[in-house]
Design a protein around this ligand. Structure first.
Ligand code: 5GP
Length: 195
């Protein structure tokens, strides 16, 4: 999506640890118009999918998912919660996710009230790197018996290969910008064609 690629080129900051900071429009301050355009693009890309629920993970996925949901008939947004320690009382679906940015492993939970076998889920997140966050979210959906209709990502870092694996597994994954490389010395970012 040209609009997002141009914004990344203009305002993204390449960090040395393979991390792109997009704090000025996606992760700290949010450009609502941009995310709204992204929502419209996801609606076009997933037009054939019978989505009735959006699933994301706290915290940075929530704002994006809420604006995307406006383009899917105001489907409810469920966000997986990160918990330090959990009481597995049978009321929650749970899994573990290794955080890319913090290196830690989190327990992640979704209440059984909010995902069930009738649900057709679009998973939304801000970034895709190694795929740990998405694998965890997919596990939660599978545990609930719901269907993963698709996965929509704002920025995929293609050189970290989580996306390639998910596509090979057959998921309908759409990333609005796919980075082929980024250089912390020059700040240069290169995008995959036709993302
Ligand atoms: P993965 O689990 O695919 O390795 O990493 C994805 C998760 O880590 C996303 O939910 C996102 O919050 C965070 N993340 C991964 N790479 C980046 C990055 O380059 N910049 C930012 N801001 N977050 C990232």
């Amino acid at each position: 999506m040209k609009l997002l690629e141009e914004r990344i080129k203009r305002d993204g900051v390449v960090k040395s640890e393979g991390v792109l900071k997009v704090d000025s429009f996606l992760n700290h301050q949010i450009d609502v118009n941009l995310i709204d355009e992204m929502g419209a693009e996801f609606a076009r890309l997933f037009a054939d999918a019978p989505v009735n629920k959006i699933l994301t993970i706290e915290a940075s996925g929530i704002g994006i998912a809420c604006l995307v949901a406006r383009h899917f008939g105001n489907a409810p947004v469920v966000f997986a919660k990160k918990a330090q320690s959990i009481n597995l009382d049978g009321e929650m679906y749970s899994t573990k996710i290794q955080s890319f940015t913090h290196g830690r492993i989190f327990d992640v939970i979704v209440s059984k009230k909010f995902l069930s076998p009738e649900d057709h889920v679009l998973i939304i997140d801000d970034f895709l790197a190694n795929g740990c966050a998405l694998n965890g979210l997919i596990e939660l959906v599978e545990e609930s018996g719901a269907t993963v209709e698709g996965i929509g990502i704002a920025v995929e870092k293609g050189f970290q290969h989580g996306g390639d694996k998910l596509r090979e597994e057959g998921y309908h994954l759409e990333s609005l910008a796919i980075l082929e490389s980024m250089d912390p010395n020059t700040g240069e970012v290169v995008f995959r064609e036709n993302a």
